[in-house]
Design a binder for this molecule. Structure first.
Ligand SMILES: Cc1cc2nc3c(=O)[nH]c(=O)nc-3n(C[C@H](O)[C@H](O)[C@H](O)COP(=O)(O)O)c2cc1C
Length: 205
């Protein structure tokens, strides 16, 4: 025996065939083309699940509300960071990130290069990225990716930290940049667990 809610959902599903759902989606997408409201790849992915009947509209909306923004950038320290300065930066970052429900990974190479992943609500991630761009402790801040997905990659870390050696760092950045530009990906000699998580998740985007 179906509940009232289940019956309603069944009727709605039957009323809207896949073809009808696809027409509605194509119409909505065409209305937003070249506007700020144009769907992102993640939104298009969810709409495809809706089109084929795998998700209801409510489920799509729920996933949109709980999506996680992932922002990746690289930068170069303006001067040498001592271990004390790195600890200070991390403590400040972790305290602030805990307040804003942000998580992520900061990777610092012996060459003074950074790669950082910020993850959380789009609002908090973009607000922090603006502040980070203006931070005089580093320069040449270059965005590598800014995309929403369903889950956090570093849910247990207000800011995980990895200190990489130069070859490891440049393999990592080479990989991230090759992937962003759809170039063939180099083989990866990376063993550090956080960096492997980053690479595995990034490859799935
Ligand atoms: C490489 C790098 C990474 C940083 N990561 C974070 C971070 O994850 N969270 C954070 O709150 N601040 C981070 N900061 C510090 C921010 O740039 C900024 O100083 C801090 O958010 C305080 O900003 P406010 O003084 O405007 O409040 C980072 C700075 C640098 C140079």
């Amino acid at each position: 025996m179906l509940t009232v809610g289940e019956t309603q959902e069944k009727i709605m599903k039957e009323l809207a065939s896949e073809a009808q759902r696809r027409r509605a989606i194509a119409w909505a997408v065409s209305l937003t083309t070249d506007t700020k409201l144009a769907p992102t790849p993640y939104e298009l992915e969810l709409l495809e699940h809706y089109a084929i009947g795998e998700l209801t509209l409510d489920e799509v909306l729920y996933r949109l509300d709980s999506r996680v923004q992932h922002l990746l950038y690289r930068s170069k320290a303006t001067g040498h960071f001592s271990p004390e300065q790195l600890t200070e930066l991390l403590e400040q970052a972790r305290a602030n990130n805990a307040r804003c429900q942000l998580t992520g990974l900061l990777c610092y190479a012996s060459t003074g290069d950074f790669v950082q992943v910020l993850e959380g609500s789009a609002l908090e991630v973009h607000a922090l990225y603006k502040r980070i761009q203006q931070d005089s402790r580093h320069q040449h801040v270059q965005l590598l990716r800014d995309q929403a997905t369903a889950e956090r990659w570093f849910p247990d870390w207000q800011m995980a930290f990895v200190q990489a050696d130069a070859p490891e760092f440049f393999w990592l950045v080479g990989y991230l940049e090759a992937h962003s530009n759809n170039l063939p990906l180099p083989q990866l000699p990376i063993t550090e667990p956080h960096l492997r998580t980053l690479l595995a998740q990034f490859s799935n985007l």
